[in-house]
Write a protein that binds this ligand. Structure first.
Ligand code: NAD
Ligand code: MG
Length: 385
C-alpha cells in the first residue's frame, strides 16, 4: 500500500504544529499533501517549504496573494473564505486532521465527511454545532470520524474493551483549569492573563480560556454525546488535576476502562492517524511510580456554571449546540478584547440560550442561521448583561 495522504487544517496552530511533529516520525507511511490556516501566511509558507505539500489554503484573500507570490508555481494556493472547502474538493487525500479553532472548521469538515474520508477531528466546535448531521453523513458515506480531543480519544480507545450496548456511562476527566481552587469572588475578577495560564496543557488561546471557564468541558459533553451516540445522562465529568487519566468508560458489570498517558496531544493525534495500529510516539512515557498518586474530585457546578449548560445542550440537541458554541466564541472574543468580564462569558452563553427557540433536526443552513443569530445576540445584548 502507498503512503496515506494527509491534509492538515489549522497547521499553524497548536494542534497543527503537534501534528507535524508526529508526522515527522511517520514519513515512511504518511505524506502531507495539504496545509491550511486562517491568516499567518508567512508561517504557512515556511511550513510548505519544509513539507512540500501539493496545496496550501488560507482563509484570507490578502494573505493568499502574498502566499501565491512567495510560493510561485511550486504549490497550488487556495485563498479566501471558501479556500478550505476548495482544497478538500481539489486535492486527493486519505485523511484530514481538523485543527482549526471554532465553527469556521465546519464546512470543510462536513465536506470531508461527505467524501467518506478519515477525519481526525480535534475541532470540537464542529461536533457541538453539527454533531448529529456529521454522524448521519458519516454513516451514509463510510467516513471514519476519529477523535483527537484527548478525552474523546481515551473514550474511543476504552470503548474497544466492550460492546456499545454494554456501556453504562462515560466519565470525562477535567484538569479543573487555572481557577480550580479559586473562590467564586476571585474567579469573577480573573484577568485575561490569569485565564491564559493552564496548569497542565499547552494549547491555543481560545481553548485555554474555555478551560478556565470550564466551557471546554461543557463543549466536550456535547462532543461526546454525538461522537459516541450517548444519552446526555450517560456522560459525567470528574476533576483530575494531574491530567493523566484521559477519560473512562464504565460498562454494565461496573468495570471501568481508562486510557492513561502524559498530557501530550501528540499521542491522540498519532492514534487518530494510525488507528488501529499503535506505533512509537514522541510523547514522554508515563512513569506511574514517579507520579506516586492521582487525585479525583467532584466538579463544583456552583463556581463553574458552564457544566450545567453543556449537560442541558446535550439533552436538548437541535440548534442549541450551534447557539451555545457561537455565543461562547463571541463572548470569548469580547473577553479577549476587554469588552466582557470573565464571569460574564458563561452567563452570556446561558442568557443567549434562554432566548433561543430550539429547532429540532436542523439542516446545515438552519445551523448556520442559529450560529449567526447567537453571535449577533451577544453583541446586541452585551450592554444589557
Ligand atoms: P490554535 O489557536 O493554536 O490554532 C488554530 C488554527 O486554526 C491556526 O492554524 C489558525 O490559523 C487556524 N484558523 C483559525 N481560523 C481559521 C479559519 N477561519 N480558517 C482556517 N483556519 C483557521 O488552536 P488549537 O489550540 O490548536 O485548537 C484547535 C482546535 O483543536 C480547537 O477546536 C480546540 O478546541 C481543539 N483542541 C485543541 C487541543 C490543544 O491541545 N491545543 C486539545 C484538544 C482539542
Ligand atoms: Mg479535551
Amino acid at each position: 500500500m502507498g503512503k496515506q495522504r494527509v491534509l492538515i487544517l489549522g497547521s499553524t496552530g497548536s494542534i497543527g504544529c503537534s501534528s507535524l511533529e508526529v508526522l515527522a516520525g511517520l514519513r515512511d507511511d504518511f505524506e502531507v499533501v495539504g496545509l491550511a490556516g486562517g491568516s499567518r501566511w508567512r508561517e504557512l509558507a515556511s511550513q510548505a517549504v519544509t513539507w512540500k505539500p501539493s496545496a496550501v489554503a488560507i482563509d484570507c484573500e490578502a494573505g493568499g496573494g502574498h502566499l501565491s507570490r512567495e510560493m510561485g508555481d511550486s504549490v497550488r494556493v487556495f485563498r479566501g473564505s471558501g479556500a478550505l472547502v476548495e482544497m478538500i474538493e481539489g486535492v486527493d487525500f486519505d485523511c484530514v486532521i481538523v485543527g482549526v479553532v471554532g465553527a469556521a472548521a465546519l464546512p470543510a469538515t462536513l465536506r470531508a465527511v461527505e467524501l467518506g474520508k478519515r477525519v481526525a477531528i480535534a475541532n470540537k466546535e464542529s461536533l457541538v454545532v453539527a454533531g448529529a448531521l456529521l454522524s448521519e453523513k458519516a454513516k451514509a458515506s463510510g467516513a471514519q470520524i476519529v477523535p483527537v480531543d484527548s478525552e474523546h480519544s481515551a473514550v474511543f480507545q476504552a470503548m474497544h474493551a466492550g460492546r456499545a450496548e454494554d456501556v453504562r456511562r462515560v466519565v470525562l476527566t477535567a484538569s479543573g483549569g487555572p481557577f480550580r481552587t479559586w473562590s467564586a469572588d476571585r474567579i469573577a475578577q480573573a484577568t485575561l492573563e490569569d485565564a491564559l495560564q493552564h496548569p497542565t496543557w499547552d494549547m491555543g488561546p481560545k481553548i485555554t480560556i474555555d478551560s478556565a471557564t470550564m466551557m471546554n468541558k461543557a463543549l466536550e459533553i456535547v462532543e461526546a454525546r454525538w461522537l459516541f451516540g450517548l444519552g446526555y445522562d450517560q456522560i459525567d465529568v470528574i476533576i483530575h488535576p494531574e491530567s493523566i487519566v484521559h477519560s473512562l468508560v464504565e460498562f454494565a458489570d461496573g468495570s471501568m476502562v481508562a486510557q492513561l498517558g502524559s498530557p501530550d496531544m501528540r499521542t491522540p493525534i498519532q492514534y487518530a492517524l494510525t488507528y488501529p495500529a499503535r506505533l512509537a510516539c514522541p510523547s514522554p512515557r508515563l512513569e506511574l511510580a514517579d507520579l506516586g498518586r492521582m487525585t479525583f474530585y467532584r466538579p463544583d457546578a456552583e463556581r463553574f456554571g458552564a457544566l450545567r449548560i453543556g449537560r442541558e445542550v446535550a439533552r436538548v440537541g437541535g440548534t442549541s449546540g450551534a447557539v451555545m458554541n457561537a455565543a461562547n466564541e463571541s463572548a470569548v472574543a469580547l473577553f479577549q478584547n476587554g469588552g466582557l468580564g470573565f464571569r460574564e462569558i458563561s452567563t452570556t452563553v446561558e442568557e443567549v440560550l434562554n432566548r433561543h427557540d430550539t429547532r429540532q433536526n436542523p439542516d446545515f443552513s438552519e445551523l448556520m442561521s442559529a450560529d449567526a443569530w447567537a453571535r449577533n445576540e451577544v453583541l446586541r445584548c452585551n450592554s444589557c448583561f
